[in-house]
Design a protein around this ligand. Structure first.
Ligand SMILES: [Zn+2]
Length: 377
């Protein structure tokens, strides 16, 4: 994880990078921030930077073998502790289970770096209460007593230390106070006031603030998650949380799926009036939103080619028009037609960037799409 993969938060990145380069990093940091903040990602970026073999002034190189292992979360000196179901006092855990859960954790972090505790529960379909047990604390103590594998720092990342069982927290006090050299504890928390004072007093607190509206807006539209107009609307609603911003983007994508479906249906019915009025509505949108509809369409077509029934199903669902459903049998969209539609949309996507008259372009694509879909045989 590179610092550059986290939007904004420049002052926090600067502070961490400066501390590493000046050799002033405390041995136990509490990176705390609100839900949907980059607290976990920031901890991973810091771990990557600390272990990078070709460190730049502002970021890790991203390509050395350490960075590559960090990117996959498989670096042998990066140890994870996170809440799992259990009584907290459980002594030993079965090792094969521990391997499964670590694989699940890596997937979770890579897919949902802004995820919260409920997301982690849902990701694993946990049904019991979660905590970090005394056995997990013992394992940490054991880990820090060993030498690092790659000669650098040994990093212990604890996600949700708020859920440390009291016996686990007490077991960790000594090692948090005086860890062996080149050990870095990264506690990643949402609600630091839930932590024991004895833990708090042994860590240096670093606030990972929520994102600003601008940081969210630029990230969403810059990375192509949604159009500029949608990003502008979503940013203030997300209230600093990237998790919430992504959730809102998914809703926008759903809307675009419905829009694409309606558009294809109009083409299939060769409804000229509807095509013209859709072209007008489309041309009134900002470039970003126009692109999102095309990208959504291309994704649907690509998936349909892989899984032939996809678009058929999409066209059928939420259909209010009975005749349409009856007409639209499985043979309407053959593989050949799907490929032709894909090409049409892909070429048009290219022209969209350059063509000044979007209205004519959109109508033109619609009539071409109609010809493809309605072609006999
Ligand atoms: Zn590197």
């Amino acid at each position: 994880m590179l610092f550059s993969s986290i939007p904004g938060l420049d002052e926090i990145k600067d502070k961490l990078v400066t501390a590493v380069n000046a050799n002033h990093l405390a041995h136990a940091l509490l990176l705390h921030g609100p839900e949907g903040s980059a607290n976990l990602k920031m901890a991973l970026a810091l771990a990557t930077y600390l272990c990078c073999k070709n460190r730049g002034t502002h970021d890790s190189c991203g390509s050395c073998d350490s960075c590559q292992k960090m990117a996959k979360l498989v670096h042998p000196d990066l140890n994870f502790t996170f809440p799992v179901p259990g009584s907290g006092k459980d002594d030993e855990k079965e090792d094969d289970k521990a391997v499964d859960i670590l694989t699940s954790w890596r997937r979770f972090v890579l897919d949902r770096g802004y995820g919260n505790l409920q997301d982690w529960v849902a990701h694993n379909a946990f049904t019991k209460q979660l905590n970090i047990s005394k056995a997990a604390a013992k394992k940490i103590i054991q880990t820090v007593s060993l030498k690092s594998f790659e000669g650098g720092h040994k990093i212990i990342l604890i996600w949700w230390p708020e859920l440390l069982h009291i016996t686990a927290a007490n077991a960790l006090l000594k090692v948090l106070e005086e860890p062996p050299g080149k050990t870095l504890f990264l506690l990643v928390a949402n609600q630091p006031d839930m932590l024991l004072n004895t833990i708090l007093s042994r860590t240096q607190k670093i606030l990972i603030r929520g994102f600003t509206d601008n940081e969210i807006r630029e990230h969403l539209s810059g990375e192509g998650f949604c159009g500029a107009e949608a990003a502008m609307q979503i940013a203030p609603l997300a209230d600093g949380s990237m998790r919430e911003a992504y959730r809102l983007v998914d809703q926008v994508v759903d809307e675009n799926t419905a829009k694409f479906r309606d558009w294809m249906r109009i083409c299939y019915n060769l409804d000229v009036n509807a095509i013209v009025s859709q072209a007008e509505a489309f041309s009134a949108q900002d470039k970003g939103s126009q692109k999102v509809l095309f990208i959504t369409g291309l994704n649907i077509l690509r998936e349909s080619l892989l899984k032939k029934s996809q678009l058929d199903q999409l066209m059928r669902t939420a259909a209010s028009d009975r005749k349409f459903i009856e007409d639209f049998d499985k043979n309407v969209l053959t593989e050949e037609k799907l490929i032709a539609l894909y090409r049409l949309l892909n070429d048009s996507h290219y022209h969209l960037e350059r063509n000044a008259n979007v209205k004519i372009l959109f109508a033109d694509i619609s009539f071409n799409a109609a010809r493809i879909i309605r072609k006999k045989g």
